[in-house]
Design a protein. Sequence first.
Length: 379
Amino acid sequence: MDRRMFLRCLGCGAAVATASQTELVPEFLGGLQNACAFDFTKELSSVQARYYKKLEGGGIECTLCPRHCIVTDLERGYCGVRENRDDVYHTLVYGLPCALNIDPIEKKPLFHFYPGTTALSVATAGCNVNCKCCQNWEISQSRPEQTDNLDLSPKALVDICTHRNVPTIAYTYSEPVIFYEYMYDTAELGHKKAVKSVMITGGYIEQKPLADLMLQLDAIKVDLKAIREDYYRNFVGGKLKPVLDRLVQIKKAGMWLEIVYLVIPTLNDTEAEFKELAQWIKTNLGTDTPLHFSRFHPQYLLKNLPATPKKTLETAHAISRAEGLEFVYLGNVAGHPAESTYCPACGQVLIERRGYRIYQNNLKGNHCSKCGREIPGLF
Ligand code: SF4
């Protein structure tokens, strides 16, 4: 083991020290308990990060996400995929995805974005929060040394899409913000080859990097995990306010936006919260913003809770519609009528879905084929 690898090994402890500035130490340590299984011989990338500043007296401050990690030499930020080397900050996962799959766009879910098409889904290790309900914790809470990584440049990803006729790349599964540079360059190159890009994110990113990134994206889906700060503090390890600010920023930029709210029994499932959520969306984003309520299944650190009852999801749906939201969906309840899109004016089924499959499409371009009402989205 050379000096760099030895110090990188010590960096595990250093990263925990960074995490200790938050309230997430036990969970974070949980993710590192198998630290000896790290493969330190793996080649990681050394592309310079784009959002950080050098601090007087040494060290850097990462300005990519609201966590603003302060990182000294050979330490990593909280997300575990950014490393300070002689006060130059690096991304370690550029071109090193650990998950790659072709999915229906409905699986993201994006329901108003070229329905029935596919997306090449890409993810690297790492995440800038630690949701106790994470569906992909094996990769999101891992370091890049712990995952099996492919070696795929932005060009290689775009080439896969053009050769396989996949119209879109989705940055997804873990948190794409933490592989920002890889996502940005791929999206930029994709646009030159008519390949679209969508980000599936928790929205925990600073204003400037998001503004820059949106120039290369075609749509964003944000997981809004709750409408209360205490939930973000206790079950996400982040803050709600920056996410709400980013949602408004996305909408103001004219970017196509859909929101998913995972309904977790006893944690974020009261009628008061559903009403607050719908009213916030109506006031700040508009009634034409699609809202997906998704069913929770016990996993990761919340195996003690039951799956979301269908009735709770239907209550959330009814409250949101009563508040005036026009496109409200239920997810993870295959076969439910609320998987489909209806015209808010005449009630006709516009897109009939069951699971990720589409059975009818009654849109004429962006309009209802029956009454002519314009339907928001990219169709
Ligand atoms: S992107 Fe990573 S290193 Fe940067 S502030 Fe967020 S968690 Fe910290």
